[in-house]
Design a binder for this molecule. Structure first.
Ligand code: AKB
Length: 315
């Protein structure tokens, strides 16, 4: 059977870029973008698009059957900061959407699933640096609890029903093409926009808050690589640790100042500080490197150069 892909949550930060990449790789008509809301013009015009509620099992099933979908990328989720404001909504969205696609695969209606997890599965009792693949996991956020629970279900569906579900624990993702929404790592995108617009940024995290981060191109590469890996090479069926960069607001500021020497930052920590403090600072991703050849490419300074160059024209 030929590959036909459905992306749920295609209008979001990762979904937009993932759709563009997969369309260029497999052909536009083979990649169906879907979201509860329309996306940017390029996404809407570059191939098929369906309005789809990730919580509606029948609607997902209808799209899957109509388009003869083989692979689903479930990118719809409520992120950490918003989830603290709407706990039940976050739980319902993050869990129901996952069960829907797991059950479609269990019933042989689709062949393969990508489901993103997050560094948020770790909590305050987890070792903070070089956090291992297997370690103490006591997440203290609504989002982290939903992602950790999701990981357990992914592994369960693989073990009990042979569902081919693959997953990565994304760090904070940084892109000039799309904006994040409702995350704790969002400052690392916003700071580039504000640097160009106002030459100044007021940061909602403290100067020394080091978090795992990654440039979007690396994250898309990881997502595609894990999905293309041989089934026999995937040994972790909850979710793989994935590392790229680790930096704090002070360090990203210094990187920006290499291009904009007058750029300044002030700190006004809000409720997101507590979320960030519960997460690791750096991640050990040995298993992803060993099992399916993961390798990150873009450094902090390279990313800063790319971000400022590409955002310049907007301001
Ligand atoms: C968030 O900040 O909530 C996300 C994540 C780390 O999963 N970017």
């Amino acid at each position: 059977m030929k590959k036909r892909i459905l992306i749920i949550g295609a209008s979001g930060q990762i979904g937009t870029e993932l759709t563009a990449y997969l369309r260029s790789k497999h052909g536009s008509h083979k990649v169906i973008a879907s979201d509860i809301k329309e996306g940017n013009q390029e996404l809407m015009e570059s191939g098929p698009f369906e309005i789809l509620d990730a919580m509606d099992y029948n609607a997902i099933q209808d799209v899957v059957i109509r388009h003869e979908i083989t692979d689903v990328y479930l990118m719809a989720a409520m992120l950490s900061a918003t989830a603290e404001k709407f706990p039940m909504k976050a739980w319902n969205l993050n869990m129901n959407s996952l069960f829907h696609v797991l059950n479609l695969a269990k019933d042989n209606k689709i062949e393969k699933i990508f489901w993103p997890s997050s560094i948020a599965v770790f909590g305050p009792t987890t070792p903070k640096t070089n956090t291992p693949q297997r370690t103490i996991m006591e997440p203290s956020t609504v989002y982290g609890i939903s992602k950790q629970t999701g990981e357990r279900w992914c592994e369960y569906y693989f073990n009990k029903y042979g569902v081919d579900v693959r997953s990565i624990r994304y760090p904070g993702l940084i892109s000039y093409k799309t904006m994040p929404g409702g995350g704790t790592t969002d400052y690392a995108v916003d700071i580039y926009h504000k640097a160009l617009k106002h030459n100044k940024y007021i940061c909602f995290l403290n100067a020394e808050t080091t978090l795992p981060m990654m440039f979007m191109d690396d994250a898309i590469q990881a997502t595609v690589n894990i999905m293309e890996a041989d089934e026999s090479d995937i040994h972790v069926r909850n979710s793989y640790n994935l590392a790229g960069l680790s930096f704090n607001p002070e360090e990203i500021t210094a990187s920006i100042q290499k291009h904009l020497p007058d750029f300044s930052i002030e700190y006004e920590a809000d409720f997101r500080q507590e979320i960030a403090d519960s997460w690791p600072q750096s991640i050990d991703d040995t298993e992803a490197r060993k099992d399916w050849g993961w390798e990150h490419k873009v450094s902090l300074d390279e990313m800063t150069g790319i971000m400022l160059k590409n955002l310049k024209d907007q301001y």
